[in-house]
Design a binder for this molecule. Structure first.
Ligand SMILES: O=C(O)c1cc(=O)[nH]c(=O)n1[C@@H]1O[C@H](COP(=O)(O)O)[C@@H](O)[C@H]1O
Length: 232
């Protein structure tokens, strides 16, 4: 694992490996971790993860596994063999699925942290009510997070808006990983439940997942440095 001093995880969502490498060269494993998601993993696969690991970065493999327990367990085992630092599943896959994922993670030489996605940060009340009954997003995040904790997950992916309540209800070492982070003045894009980096840290989150505000900035390394300074 790296000696990273920052809570920031930079989401690398690129359709082009050269542009991604150009960005990565400006960053240091001391100042951020990196997230590889569905787009880059589908295009560039385990070699891309190995390349980033080779540059010294901790990697969050964000493939949000959601399937029957045995299938998810095998996918998590494969992620563990790749040497990633964190891997995630959908909490709505249920207790048996999360337990199977955790058991598989623990079989790795260096077990990755297992986090469970609660309610996507892009969801507002309208989108939420189209999928679930009612509009109580926080209640659903809390119940999925409790389920994930009981099933042995190391933490959840949620929005920073829910961090306060999760912190007060769940164990202290349960990691809160929050996308939907937007520095003041930046575009919200397709995110709906958002907070600034400083607000999120004061709410008690452990990790901030930040993509476009950094990757699309004119000077990504400077933007990352400013964000890191704002949460010191
Ligand atoms: O699991 C995730 O990382 C995730 C969960 C979630 O609820 N919301 C969410 O945005 N993400 C991911 O976090 C990243 C956010 O990127 P930006 O919106 O560009 O900052 C994307 O790569 C998303 O796939």
């Amino acid at each position: 694992m790296s000696n990273c001093t920052s809570s920031v995880i930079v989401a690398l969502d690129f359709d082009n490996i050269d542009s991604a490498k150009l960005l990565v060269k400006q960053l240091s494993p001391e100042h951020c971790r990196l997230k590889v998601g569905k787009e880059m993993f589908t295009m560039f696969g385990p070699d891309w993860v190995k390349y980033l690991n080779g540059q010294g970065f901790d990697i969050f493999l964000d493939l949000k596994f959601h399937d029957i327990p045995s299938t998810v367990a095998k996918a998590v085992k494969a992620a563990g063999q790749m040497g990633v630092w964190m891997v995630n599943v959908h909490a709505s896959g249920g207790k048996d699925m999360i337990e199977a994922a955790k058991e598989a993670a623990l079989k790795s030489n260096r077990p990755p942290l297992l986090t469970a996605v609660t309610v996507l940060t892009s969801m507002d009340e309208r989108q939420f009510s189209e999928v679930y009954d009612g509009s109580d997003i926080t209640g659903k995040v809390l119940s999925l997070a409790s389920l994930a904790q009981h099933a042995g997950a190391d933490g959840v992916v949620c929005s920073a808006i829910e961090a306060n309540i999760l912190r007060s209800r769940l164990s202290k070492d349960f990691r809160l990983v929050t996308p939907g982070i937007r520095p003041m003045g930046s575009s919200k894009d397709d995110q709906n439940r958002i907070m600034t980096p400083a607000q999120a840290m004061s709410a008690g989150v452990d990790y901030l997942v930040i993509g476009r505000p950094i990757t699309k900035a004119l000077e990504p390394a400077l933007t990352l440095a400013e964000i890191n300074a704002s949460i010191k």
